[in-house]
Design a protein around this ligand. Structure first.
Ligand SMILES: *[C@@H]1O[C@H](CO)[C@@H](O)[C@H](O)[C@H]1NC(C)=O
Ligand SMILES: *[C@@H]1O[C@H](CO)[C@@H](O)[C@H](O)[C@H]1NC(C)=O
Length: 291
């Protein structure tokens, strides 16, 4: 196997995949590009985000370290009950203490409509979290108090227990405030951005990063040649799909890592696969499993 040097950069666990093989051509590329041309909007911006509507993603939260400096010390997350948030374990591992901002598309703007800051009192990184392989990269946060549910604050549904959710070839919806390009002087986005991303077979990520970083607890997401996908500051944030079997939108992944060469180079990105953690979340005080 090729030698892979990895480097964890604060807000997005980034793997420096030296000598990684190039991301192979993705057969759903053209098809997905067509699907993305909603309302005539071209996704010409790097990483392809469009601003979210007010209250469009009431489950989206920002997690901010007390010693944060822009995207360093900033992560995404999702509300899964009025008291619980899930995010990536690598996020909170380097956060001194953190506050969770709910209810707004502009978490860095204290006067934005709906802005509410709460603190996490109990942080539960997965006990098997491996910062080297970024395995079990998930954490459950228990908030200091219940947040008031309303139009702008709502939990996201997690997949049902033992659901047979085949994600390969599906289009997921990703949201976050992460950087929109690889500019080293770039900043977080002020507004929450959303983008459709193609979920691909894990083999695409095995080819890019090597087999030791991939297993059934992860989801591989293509970047359309580096034009769509997560970047620094998006870690921990939610990937949702519409589950037509039950007629509901469910969160299936959270942002874990991408290539240290950059978000726009074209490597696929790796998400934590939530179907592997439904029971763990419930066992640690999160919402009960749905069947
Ligand atoms: C915040 O402090 C922690 C612990 O000292 C450190 O690991 C982390 O890099 C710091 N983050 C920033 C953005 O300074
Ligand atoms: C913060 O939110 C307020 C209220 O919506 C708005 O008037 C102001 O322009 C926002 N500030 C920034 C920097 O976007």
């Amino acid at each position: 196997m090729e030698k892979t040097v990895k480097l964890l950069l604060c807000a997005l666990g980034i793997l420096l995949a030296v000598e990684a093989s190039l991301f192979p051509a993705d057969p759903i590329f053209d098809e997905t590009i067509r699907n993305l041309n909603l309302n005539g909007n071209k996704f010409e911006k790097v990483l392809g985000g469009m601003p979210a509507e007010e209250n469009e993603f009431p489950y989206q939260v920002a997690i901010i370290s007390t010693n944060f400096t822009d995207y360093d010390g900033f992560c995404g997350g999702s509300l899964i009950s009025s008291r619980h948030v899930i995010t990536a374990a690598h996020c909170i591992a380097s956060f001194v203490a953190s506050s969770v901002i709910v209810g707004t598309n502009q978490p860095l703007n204290h006067s934005s409509p709906g802005y509410l800051e709460v603190f996490d009192t109990i942080r539960t990184p997965h006990p098997k979290y491996d910062s080297g392989l970024l395995d079990y990269d998930i954490a459950l946060l228990t908030l200091a108090r219940d947040v008031p549910l309303g139009e702008n604050i709502q939990p996201v549904l997690l997949p049902r227990l033992n659901t047979n959710l085949n994600l390969d070839g599906r289009t997921g919806l990703l949201t976050g405030w992460g950087k929109i390009n690889d500019d080293p002087n770039g900043y977080l986005s002020d507004d929450l951005l959303k983008v459709n991303v193609p979920i691909v077979n894990n083999q695409n990520c095995v080819n890019a990063y090597g087999p030791i970083y991939l297993n059934e607890r992860k989801v591989c997401v293509a970047t359309q040649g580096g034009t769509v996908g997560p970047c620094l500051g998006d870690s921990g944030g939610p990937l949702v799909v519409f589950d037509s079997e039950f007629g509901e939108t469910v969160q299936v992944g959270l942002v874990s890592f991408g290539a240290a060469q950059g978000c726009t180079v074209g490597f696929p990105t790796v998400f934590t696969r939530l179907t592997s953690y439904i029971q763990w979340i419930a066992d640690n005080g999160g919402p009960a499993v749905r069947i």
